[in-house]
Design a protein around this ligand. Sequence first.
Ligand SMILES: Cc1ncc(COP(=O)(O)O)c(C=O)c1O
Length: 395
Amino acid sequence: MNFSISNRLSKIPFSSIREIFEEAATMEKSGINITHMEIGRPDFDTPQHIKDAANTALQQGNVHYTSNSGTLEFREAIAEKLKRDNGIIVDPQREVVVSVGCKEAIFNLIFAFINPGDEVLIPDPAWLEYQYIVELAGGIAVSVPLLEENEFLLNPNDVRDCVTDKTKMILINTPHNPTGAVLPESYLKELADISIKHDLLVVSDEIYEKLIYDGEKHISMATLPGMFERTITINGFAKAYAMDGWRLGYAAGPAALIQPILKMHQYNTSCATSFAQFGGTAAYRGTQTPVEEMVKAFDERRKLLVSRLNEIPGVNCVVPKGAFYAFPSFKELGLPSKELATILLREARIACVPGSAFGNHGEGYIRMAYSTSYDKIEQAMDRMQKVINSLRVKR
Ligand SMILES: Cc1ncc(COP(=O)(O)O)c(C=O)c1O
């Protein structure tokens, strides 16, 4: 028997951070206490009123397929939210499709619009799934560097340099994973001009929208002049509402862009879990106090982590303005980030993600999620400081 896997899939690697996760799990099994700063999810529970809404829906027998686009009530709640929070006006009937997490929406839209050979501009470093989904679809992922000296902001000049006559799409993610950068309006406007000039489809992944600090303001690309008709806005519930396991997200935009995504979604998952959609409706229509409390806790941890990192000689951390990641540079140590992540795991008992896992321009950095308690971060930083100091002495 020779069940060879498809050419398409054989070109895509398993996640390069698997070894770190596996080693952390083995260490924990043998009784070693690890501080988890690798996982990109909140350490909070889903707010109670959201769980209650899903529980009630389940008890009331909402256990069947919903409309492929999602229940109309949920799509209406999403449309209300987009209008209230973002200033995006969509028709819940034809301009919203609910998906199984943001990831499914991104997968569907790339397969809906990208032909083999089409180029897609993707920030580097970025959430690596973008690149691999584009490659699975036969597209060409073109990385646009995000540089520390520019606070990891997507520089419109670099984008211009990467545009060719094959460029079809640009992916933006603000607040950004893994750097925490928040794109200011002036940048978005320039990126919008480039998209209009070169007739690019824009995907705006806004999953970290609510996790934003220092008075920064999240601006949705779709609200800039001339952008609604070419922008697909992606958002979800995993981060702001601590609902990552619920697998709930959506794509919103003009019907001409959303209906092809719906077509892909029909052949992919049919619909998101019925009773989870009732939880999503409660998340958007109910109190936002739990979100505010989570953001406050993240902010305190962010300040602690960044100041502790910047106290360590040889480490430099740009202040992240959003999401829940710090992306410090350890370039002065001259170690590959994967090697450094292994040392931090073995010697400081901190699990984190090597920057190289997010693209070539992530080399020399480490992603540390502050979705773990303040006290644990404090203790972890004491250990990290010792390990980095001793590495510097050895080198
Ligand atoms: C930038 C970005 N987009 C999308 C996702 C996936 O979201 P979901 O869990 O809703 O599929 C993640 C998850 O980490 C992410 O970092």
